[in-house]
Design a protein. Structure first.
Length: 300
């Protein structure tokens, strides 16, 4: 089974007992080209989707182009992306995503998104619960892909948008899980002081859809309304709990605090710890080359 890696800050020992990954809306990713189609693709999508909306409504009337354009864009934003990498040794990714080498890199099996939770309805069948490889190009997806099936056309073009990036990102060797945002188990509000009055009213209106645990996580029993309201708000982190059995390894950054390293090893060495089965490596900077050298430290 392939292993895929997630670079991250270290969020404390409790995080190791309850590891989650964030489902990021395309609108919140750090690449500004992720969330919009090129003009040609957008125009063709609007034209083709208008025929579908006629069939769905059975009124014989075509919806307006702005409405259909909104529905297409919002259909992309309804999906959450989990970004993973083929490699655990990339120097830039350690610097950018793992607290400047002070964090960790978690190795997941490809079944990391398997869950007892029922999978949400996926209208366009875009979801990939196993990681799918990202394609890199110097040109954005500019030509609409035609097929004999309207739904299939929309699926292919939406997926093409979500799995193509500029080749300046090629060093990331990215693979993505693409799942409905409503597949999240919980939501973390990053800064409660930034929630406006409207947001507070919405939280109150849908209070039967969640409960708040002692860590201030919003545990979802029905994520549909929560996602509709907040999936594009960067202040709301949509999280998916990962089964410990799907976690294979952890690499510790070469600048990680020595006391933190010792605490992690002491914690995981306990046979009752959910990650006792994994391998842990400590990275060190090479004295001779621009590379990292991994030394296994669990199991010893």
């Amino acid at each position: 089974m392939n292993t895929y890696y997630k670079y991250t800050k270290f969020y404390g020992l409790d995080y190791l007992k309850d590891i989650t990954v964030r489902l990021s809306s395309p609108s919140s990713l750090n690449d500004p080209f992720e969330k919009y189609f090129t003009k040609e693709v957008r125009t063709e999508l609007v034209n083709r989707a208008s025929e579908i909306f006629i069939d769905e409504n059975k009124t014989g009337k075509t919806k307006s182009a702005p409405y259909i354009n909104y529905k297409i864009i919002s259909s992309i934003w309804a999906y959450g992306i989990v970004s993973l990498s083929e490699t655990h040794r990339n120097l830039l990714m350690w610097s950018h995503y793992a607290d400047e080498h002070r964090g960790i890199c978690i190795g997941f099996n490809e079944d990391l998104m398997e869950s007892e939770k029922e999978r949400p309805v996926d209208k366009y069948n875009i979801s990939h619960y196993n990681p799918v490889k990202v394609n890199y190009d110097s040109i954005r997806p500019e030509h609409y892909i035609h097929t004999n099936n309207q739904q299939d056309e929309i699926r292919i073009n939406l997926l093409n948008q979500l799995t193509t990036k500029s080749d300046v990102w090629i060093y990331e060797k990215e693979h993505r899980c693409i799942v409905p945002m409503s597949f999240a188990d919980r939501v973390k509000i990053l800064n409660k002081n930034e929630i406006d009055e409207f947001g507070l009213d919405v939280l109150n209106a849908i209070k039967n859809d969640y409960k708040v645990d002692n860590m201030d996580n919003y545990i979802l029993n029905n994520g549909k309304n929560f996602c509709a309201a907040f999936s594009n708000d960067k202040n709301f982190a949509f999280l998916k709990k990962i089964n410990p059995k799907s976690i294979k390894s952890i690499h510790l950054g070469c600048r990680i605090n020595k006391l933190i390293q010792e605490a992690i090893l002491a914690e995981v060495s306990n046979p009752s710890h959910p990650l006792h089965h994994i391998e842990i490596y400590q990275y060190e900077a090479s004295d001779e080359r621009f590379e990292l050298i991994a030394k296994k430290c669990h199991p010893s």
